[in-house]
Ligand binder design. Structure first.
Ligand code: NDP
Length: 275
């Protein structure tokens, strides 16, 4: 029987994950089925268990279920434990006997770092600013700190959340948390992990934000550059959106399920053209 995978979300109709994983499967010769499933808001674990009972071997998890998925796991990766969220579920065992285990991981941070490296961004020794303190930011701090930046500041509309995040990750490297009013710069890399771009809003940021060769990354993506990327480009920064992060995090999930690395470049190119 073909191994089954899916992405859970609510809503999920817009998801690009089925086409990304279909491309990976074709590329690597893996016979898998990958669908999008809208789980009920009040019973994520039940939806996952039903999927497993029907032959599911693993899943991606997106908004708003990443924290629910965390609670359905028997085994968590260190980074998922740190993030308090899971975007990749992997079943070990055959799923039919009582010996199977549900492993949870978060691949968003690896996806972001791989995409930044693909863009040629040097992270070691860089002064990095991350905007936002929600689930996405929590998931990327450990992989970013592992690149040994010179400094990492997390700034958020609700300053207390950024301060709490900085406290939680302070054993991994130099990290500070603040409100937007305490952002000065210059920074070599500014990553927008807020959802402000969704509503076309721009966090209040100073004109002194960017160093001369700085990069600006928005985790959001779309056919047009976000307001943050337009603002950054007008101040001389090189701009990158989050489509590559989406493809790279998917590739890492695929690797965990199938043990095969995909060539992400053509998949990203095709996806970009379809926006
Ligand atoms: P959350 O809802 O967990 O967090 C939202 C964050 O945005 C909070 O820090 C919130 O601040 C801040 N925020 C919301 N509105 C505004 C605003 N108008 N001005 C300033 N700050 C604002 O969302 P996620 O962390 O899950 O997602 C954040 C973004 O990352 C989304 O755009 C999402 O699409 C994107 N993303 C992209 C991925 C990819 O693969 N490319 C993967 C995951 C996420 P406060 O705490 O004050 O409310």
């Amino acid at each position: 029987m073909t191994d089954r995978y899916c992405v859970f979300g609510h809503p999920i109709g817009h998801s690009k994950s089925p086409s990304i994983h279909a491309a990976f499967a074709e590329q690597t010769g893996e016979a898998i089925e990958y669908t999008a499933i809208e789980a009920p808001l009040d019973d994520f674990c039940g939806a996952w268990q039903r999927f497993v009972a029907a032959g599911g071997r693993g899943a991606n998890v997106t908004v708003p279920f990443k924290e629910d998925a965390f609670r359905c796991c028997d085994v968590l990766s260190t980074r998922a434990r740190r993030a308090g969220a899971v975007n990749t579920l992997v079943l070990s065992g055959n799923g039919k006997s009582s010996d199977f285990k549900v492993h949870g991981d978060t691949t968003d941070g690896v996806g972001l770092v791989r995409d930044l490296v693909r863009h040629g961004v040097a992270l070691e020794g860089a002064r990095i600013l991350v905007l936002g303190a929600g689930g996405a930011v929590r998931g990327v701090l450990e992989p970013l700190l592992a690149q040994a930046p010179q400094s990492l500041q997390v700034a958020n509309r609700t300053a207390a959340k950024a301060e709490a995040l900085a406290h939680d990750f302070s054993d991994l490297g130099a990290i500070i948390g603040s409100g937007f009013e305490d952002v000065q710069g210059p920074f070599d890399l500014v990553i927008n992990g807020t959802s402000a771009s969704l509503s076309g809003e721009l966090p209040p940021l100073p004109d002194t934000l960017f160093s001369p060769s700085a990069g600006a990354y928005d985790m959001m993506y779309g056919a047009e550059p976000t307001v943050f990327l337009r603002w950054a480009a007008a101040r001389g920064a090189g701009t990158m959106d989050g489509l590559g992060m989406l493809v790279e995090q998917a590739a890492e999930s695929f690797f965990q399920w199938r043990g095969k690395r995909s060539d992400t470049a053509p998949v990203l190119e095709r996806l970009r053209r379809s926006l």
